[in-house]
Design a protein. Structure first.
Length: 202
């Protein structure tokens, strides 16, 4: 019996980066709100982060009013869509509303999508949740306020210590003056008694 061996050659296809792969990656991994609009400014897709943040399923979110729930309107999107492609001022702050009514501050950046002929084919809104940023700003403001209070308290304490020290110096000087006056009075009494002949008054 002859021994044989089998060689298998498997050709692996190099994955190509396609818009579909990129789109799926963005939808599933990006930790910002991503909303996809078609050329008629109709919302047609959102990423998982957006679904989770707003607590809607993907079908419900596509039926939402962009004015009432997503903090923008078609007129704003159209205006931005007419901006030059290299325009960097396509940002706006707004509030999105979750299923539970929670209002979430968001800063959106609009990215216009054009084809090879420079025709507008849709847009993407990428939104950064500003809740943490606003909480951080609030915390920083509170800390700065507390530091100012501590500084003022320290200054007030320093002033109080200086004032109290001066009061103690003045009180001490009064006691010294009273003691000197008492000693002077005693010396005067002794002197007067000695003159009056009361040397053995002790």
């Amino acid at each position: 019996m002859g021994a044989g061996f089998f060689i298998a050659v498997i050709l692996l296809k190099q994955p190509e980066l396609s818009s579909a792969i990129v789109s799926r990656f963005i939808e599933s991994h990006l930790k910002e709100l991503v909303l996809f609009f078609d050329q008629n400014f109709k919302l047609y897709a959102v990423n998982n982060f957006c679904i989770n943040l707003l607590s809607y399923n993907s079908n419900e979110i596509l039926k939402l009013s962009i004015e009432d729930h997503l903090g923008t309107n078609t007129q704003r999107l159209m205006k931005f869509a007419q901006s030059p492609a290299d325009c960097s001022d396509l940002r706006f702050e707004t509030t999105v509303v979750a299923r539970n009514g929670q209002k979430i501050p968001v800063q959106f950046t609009q990215i216009n999508v054009v084809d090879n002929f420079k025709d507008f084919v849709g847009l993407v809104l990428i939104g950064q949740d500003l809740c943490e940023k606003k909480l951080l700003k609030k915390e920083i403001a509170e800390r700065e306020h507390n530091q100012e209070l501590l500084r003022q308290t320290g200054l007030n304490l320093e002033d109080t210590v200086k004032k109290r020290t001066l009061e103690l110096i003045e009180a001490n000087q009064l006691l010294v003056n009273e003691l000197i006056e008492k000693q002077r009075t005693e010396a005067q009494i002794i002197s007067d008694l000695e003159h009056a002949g009361y040397r053995d008054w002790e």
